[in-house]
Design a binder for this molecule. Structure first.
Ligand SMILES: Nc1nc2c(ncn2[C@@H]2O[C@H](COP(=O)(O)OP(=O)(O)O)[C@@H](O)[C@H]2O)c(=O)[nH]1
Ligand SMILES: [Mg+2]
Length: 267
């Protein structure tokens, strides 16, 4: 596909055209997860820019390099079918933070609302129960893990991330696609090998468009279109089998209940 065909494929993509129809799903939710300040918001802005080729606009507010800004869990529609979610990031990946990620990833926190970090077991259970009032089960969730190659990883963190990525796979049925950001500012091939060793199937490296540097080139645009294309290939694969959206939500809820229970027991 050339760039025009790639854009057309993405923009006109609809779940209704899957071999077995939409099976009750109506949206592809690309869920961005990762540490604070690694470029999640910038990735959303870059995808919009590459897809529509208008002036570069910062739709998702990007924060400072050390902090990052996102506290609400905001959704940014890319097309009629595809939406990107800027999840709340964190500084480390301890059991507390990962629990929050799984809750966001499983769609048990509403979109476009602030995310309260919840520590106590009672609060965690209440939040899960409350999510049943207006359950969301019509999204096909695709996890994307955003990681800046400017940040070094300690050995224990590698193990933590490996476990985390595998759990994201168990929760969503898709191994998180890895996006390495700041690719011209670090040893991205080292991280490529590292993530491949953690079981990652798709690893893309990008230089995000930013307010400071948004000179568009073919190669740079393609980085982002290729990412969305990879997402849709994963969706097509899942949608080629019979699925039940309500059952899948129930499975995600069981996963979370189990996770929080085990965490509480260990505590
Ligand atoms: N040079 C460069 N800067 C980036 C890249 N990605 C993000 N940034 C900058 O890093 C800072 C944090 O990015 P942001 O998107 O807010 O991270 P988030 O917290 O994960 O949403 C911002 O100042 C961005 O402009 C990249 O690939 N290259
Ligand atoms: Mg952000």
């Amino acid at each position: 596909m050339d760039i025009g065909q790639l854009k057309e494929y993405i923009i006109s993509y609809t779940l209704n055209n899957c071999p077995l129809g939409n099976q009750g799903y109506n949206r592809v939710l690309i869920q961005l997860i990762g540490f604070l300040g690694h470029g999640k918001s910038s990735l959303i802005n870059s995808c919009k820019y590459a897809l529509y080729n208008k002036e570069f606009t910062a739709h998702a507010a990007a924060g400072s390099a050390d902090g990052g800004l996102t506290v609400a869990r905001n959704a940014y529609p890319l097309t009629d079918t595809i939406t990107m979610v800027d999840n709340r990031g964190c500084a480390t990946l301890n059991p507390f933070e990962t629990g929050e990620f799984y809750t966001q990833l499983g769609n048990f926190i509403p979109l476009n609302e602030g995310v309260e970090w919840t520590k106590e077991f009672g609060d965690v259970v209440n939040r899960l129960e409350d999510s049943d009032i207006e359950p969301n089960f019509t999204d096909i969730i695709v996890p994307v893990f955003v990681y800046s190659v400017k940040r070094e990883l300690a050995a224990n963190e590698v193990e933590e991330i490996k476990t985390f990525l595998k759990s994201c796979r168990d929760l969503t049925g898709i191994f998180p696609i890895i996006v390495l950001t700041h690719k011209t500012s670090g040893a991205f091939s080292k991280f490529r090998d590292l993530f491949e060793g953690m079981g990652a199937e798709e690893i893309l490296s990008v230089e995000n468009y930013t307010p400071e540097d948004n000179l568009k080139t073919l190669g740079r645009h393609l980085q982002f279109l290729n990412l969305i294309h990879k997402v849709l290939l994963n969706v097509n694969f899942r949608m080629s089998e019979e699925r039940n959206p309500r059952r899948e939500r129930a499975e995600r809820k069981k996963f979370l209940t189990r996770y929080f229970h085990e965490r509480e027991v260990r505590k």
